[in-house]
Ligand binder design. Structure first.
Ligand code: PSU
Ligand code: MN
Length: 307
């Protein structure tokens, strides 16, 4: 297949694929555009360790030297986290950065697609992109949602950030046939906060049940993702109403500065981190680690069920 010519799979991942080990894909936009240096790199490495401690092999994905790289070494992570002008690569950007050999950090959408090309079915991130507030006017709907509608890779996230319109994002996922499962509670979580005010469409309480659902869905050829929403640990959550204030201010600043398109999400994350004096960043790091643990458990269980 032509696709294979574009992939560069790390030997450890090759081996894991060949011998049927559990693998968890990880994105790189969160490293290059979602967190400041050097916390971004430290977090990326700690997340990889947590995946290993929970029985799976981590495969961080990025586009480097014109190849879709699955599994990065430390120097590649350093480069992504510490270099200006790393491209934020969503689906539409993939051919361009491949052609021009520009270093690219992959979003949820691009990471899912590359994971799928490599044969990886479980992917851990912090938060997905979604339907932005005001989408009825600005049409800003993340390609992450479109990708989730079609690609067979499960996504573990901490729910949906309220920089987005959470209700519309849930509606969109329903329209596209994407199951949304919250782990261990009935409320759908809002990233920094354990509750969003929306009831989760589905709830499951252990990784084995979630793995079983993935198996059943894909065996029926019901294509697309499953969104697994994992609430942030209680000790690190920032209450929803407190976050709302900061988010509101950040949205106003973005509008005043004319920020839109692919710059919007990174701008909002950075502005919110500044406004909360780093509290939102601590929460962000904690929830990604928490997701890595659950994702590795689901990946291990999914694999056990496929044998
Ligand atoms: N949410 C976060 N951190 C992130 C992102 C979202 O809390 O780093 C990134 C993810 O890579 C996601 C992307 O796929 O932003 C969505 O960007 P957009 O809204 O431009 O599609
Ligand atoms: Mn967008």
């Amino acid at each position: 297949m032509k696709v294979q010519e574009y992939l560069k799979i790390h030997p450890e991942i090759e081996e894991a694929l060949a011998s049927g080990k559990a693998i968890v894909a990880l994105e790189s936009t969160i490293i290059a555009h979602g967190m400041p240096y050097p916390l971004n790199i430290r977090t990326a490495m700690e997340v990889e360790t947590i995946v290993r401690e929970n029985g799976a092999i981590p495969a961080t994905i990025a586009i480097l030297e014109g190849k879709l790289c699955v599994g990065l070494d430390k120097s590649q992570l350093e480069m992504l986290g510490n270099t200006k002008d790393v491209w934020k690569v969503s689906l539409r950007d993939m051919p361009y950065v491949i052609n021009k050999k520009i270093p690219g950090a992959t979003t949820v959408a691009a990471t899912m697609r590359i994971a799928s090309m490599a044969g990886i079915r479980v992917f851990v991130t912090g938060g997905i992109g979604g339907v932005h507030r005001g989408a009825e006017n600005n049409m800003d709907i993340s390609a992450d949602l479109f990708e989730m509608a079609q690609t067979d890779v499960a996504v573990i996230s901490a729910g949906v950030k309220s920089i987005l319109d959470i209700g519309l994002t849930l509606e969109y996922l329903e329209t596209e046939g994407v199951p949304v499962i919250t782990y261990g509670q009935s409320d759908f979580p809002a990233f920094y906060s354990r509750s969003s005010g929306f009831i989760s469409p589905m709830r499951m309480d252990n990784p084995e049940d979630i793995a079983e659902l993935l198996k059943v869905k894909w065996e029926m050829d019901l294509h697309g993702s499953v969104l697994i929403a994992n609430p942030i640990p209680a000790s690190l959550e920032v209450p929803f109403t407190k976050m709302e204030e900061f988010i509101h201010e950040a949205l106003l600043e973005a509008a005043n500065a004319g920020i839109s398109g692919k710059q919007l999400t990174p701008f909002l994350l950075k502005t919110i981190a500044e406004k909360t004096g780093g509290e939102s960043l601590d929460a962000n790091i904690a929830l990604v680690k928490n997701n890595a643990m659950l994702g590795a458990q689901i990946a291990s269980s999914f694999l056990n069920k496929r044998k």
